[in-house]
Design a protein around this ligand. Structure first.
Ligand code: GLN
Length: 512
């Protein structure tokens, strides 16, 4: 394995880039240029970005270099560039949420996550592609065309945050921000061989995160290493008065836990394997890598317990009532008056507001968004509310109780992150239920508000594509994800002789 300094800059982890900046080996401007050049070179094949802000990123990088010269750094990641999912508002920069309805909209304010990235000195490279309004598991529902998986360009990069995951996997950005309502950070992480974290609900501000389902949405880190995720988590996490659901508590000690975990010692840690999240319905190669990861945890000293969460089998059904209900209400704001697109009905002289709204929403929203608005409106309608939305909320409570009981027996829970590796573009596009099933293992965490991480666990035997292991912890115990995640990562890398992503193999695929 090569020594750290012989690894080309764009292939290094964010932690290593911060060291290179500190050592004067490079500058933030040089680094930012390298990533912008990489985007120029490969994003025509991947399509991870919807908007690249070269000028803004280079300006921020120059400011970081000046700070460094005067010894006034703002964070451990000052000067390290980042990409941001296009669902977070960026002042003066397009924010489309992957939808035509927001085409041309320039937000007048930054999301708190974006403000924190800027305040910490991270140049923002651009906005990443996503399923429209974060609805999907493949990024194929983007109104601007799909993102491709850098491991195999004919495959999906996961979703909804496929753009962020693909950008990081293809070395177009060392760090990215994603959002996870039902798995959109973790599932793309699993299928692209990257790390993705959904923090505890309320741990990262939702101010400026365009809402799909307020009670489920959470922004978090997308990276190539567990330590990088922790460093980014420290930057974006913490209380925000602008978000009434934000938790007024310090960020859990995630960086420290990631560093401790990397030693690879899990003595005394109780790891619960969730019976309901594995086995039947999971691709054999996925299950095999998961089982091997559990064996490694045992070798590191962890105690394995089998836990059952009987109500998890209803999670998907409950999610597809709660989420569309909230989404249908959230998306009512796209009324052709306030944001982005406005389409006028043809041949109508003085159209009413309702007519303009109708044709604009018809033209501006894609099929999946319309499907969920209809589902949600139905579930909330009088007479059906108790039968659908009310029932789903009860199931949600049962799922939280399953977690509570499981966490009495175990410090963390583990499962495969997704039931399969990356599938082919188009394969599930006409089958919404098959698409929804990709999140069967990730959704319970959103319904209960607990944190989760996906860590690369190797390649599936049958197709050579990445597999992710999910680790879940109790609310506010995000640090446990990082301890166990970093341990697993270290143990696996020892076995593989280095990180999962092989840059040469990747470049061959990208050159196809
Ligand atoms: N794939 C899930 C859905 O379509 C989750 C999406 C997300 O987490 N944003 O709703």
């Amino acid at each position: 394995m090569s020594t750290p300094t012989s690894v080309p800059l764009i292939q290094r982890s964010a932690a290593r880039l911060a060291e290179a900046l500190a050592a004067g080996e490079t500058t933030s401007v040089e680094l930012t240029r390298l990533f912008l050049d990489r985007i120029d070179a490969v994003d025509s094949s991947v399509h991870a970005f919807l908007h690249v802000d070269a000028e803004g990123a280079l300006d921020a990088a120059a400011a970081s270099d000046e700070r460094r010269a005067s010894g006034e750094l703002r964070s451990a990641l000052d000067g390290v560039p980042v990409a941001v999912k296009d669902v977070l508002t960026t002042e003066g920069l397009p924010t489309t949420c992957g939808s035509k309805i927001l085409e041309g909209w320039l937000p007048p304010y930054d999301a708190t996550v974006v403000t924190r990235l800027k305040d910490a000195g991270l140049p923002i490279l651009g906005k990443t592609n996503m399923d429209e309004f974060a609805m999907g598991s493949s990024t194929e529902h983007s109104a601007y065309g799909p993102t491709r998986n850098p491991w195999a360009l004919d495959r999906i990069p996961g979703g909804s945050g496929g753009g962020s995951a693909a950008a990081v996997a293809a070395f177009m950005a060392p760090l990215a921000i994603g959002t996870d309502t039902g798995g959109s950070i973790r599932q793309p992480g699993a299928v692209t061989g990257t790390v993705g974290v959904k923090p505890t609900y309320g741990g990262v501000s939702r101010y400026g995160l365009v809402a799909m389902a307020n009670s489920l949405d959470q922004a978090g880190p997308v990276t190539r290493t567990v330590l990088d995720a922790a460093l980014l988590h420290e930057v974006i996490g913490g209380h925000d008065v602008m978000d009434s659901t934000s938790i007024d508590q310090p960020v859990p000690p995630v960086e420290q836990s990631a560093r401790e975990g990397a030693i690879g010692d899990l003595d005394g840690v109780r790891v619960g394997v969730v019976t309901e999240l594995g086995g039947e319905g999971y691709q054999p190669g996925v299950q095999e890598r998961f089982d091997q990861a559990v064996e490694l945890l045992v070798k590191a000293g962890a105690e394995i317990v089998q836990v059952t969460c009987p109500n998890f089998v209803h999670a998907l059904a409950a999610y597809y009532l709660v989420m569309p209900s909230e989404a249908s209400s959230n998306l009512a704001r796209f009324d052709a008056m306030r944001y982005g697109l406005r389409v006028l009905p043809e041949g109508v002289e003085a159209p009413s507001a309702e007519e303009v709204m109708r044709v604009t929403r018809d033209a501006g929203f894609g099929d999946e968004v319309k499907r969920r608005i209809i589902l949600g409106t139905y579930a909330l309608s009088s007479g059906y509310y108790d039968a659908y939305y009310g029932q789903a909320q009860k199931v949600r409570t049962l799922i939280s109780r399953d977690f509570e009981r499981a966490f009495e027996q175990a410090d963390v829970l583990v499962s495969p992150t997704a039931p399969t590796t990356a599938f082919k573009l188009g394969e599930k596009l006409d089958d919404p239920l098959a698409m929804y099933l990709n999140d069967v293992a990730t959704i319970p965490a959103n319904l209960a508000g607990v944190p989760g991480i996906s860590v690369p666990a190797g390649l599936a035997e049958e197709d050579g594509l990445p597999v992710g292991v999910q680790i879940l912890a109790p609310a506010l115990a995000d640090d446990r994800l990082y301890r166990v995640g970093a341990a697993l990562e270290a143990l696996l890398e020892r076995q593989w002789g280095g990180p999962l992503i092989d840059p040469d193999k990747l470049d061959k695929e990208l050159a196809r």
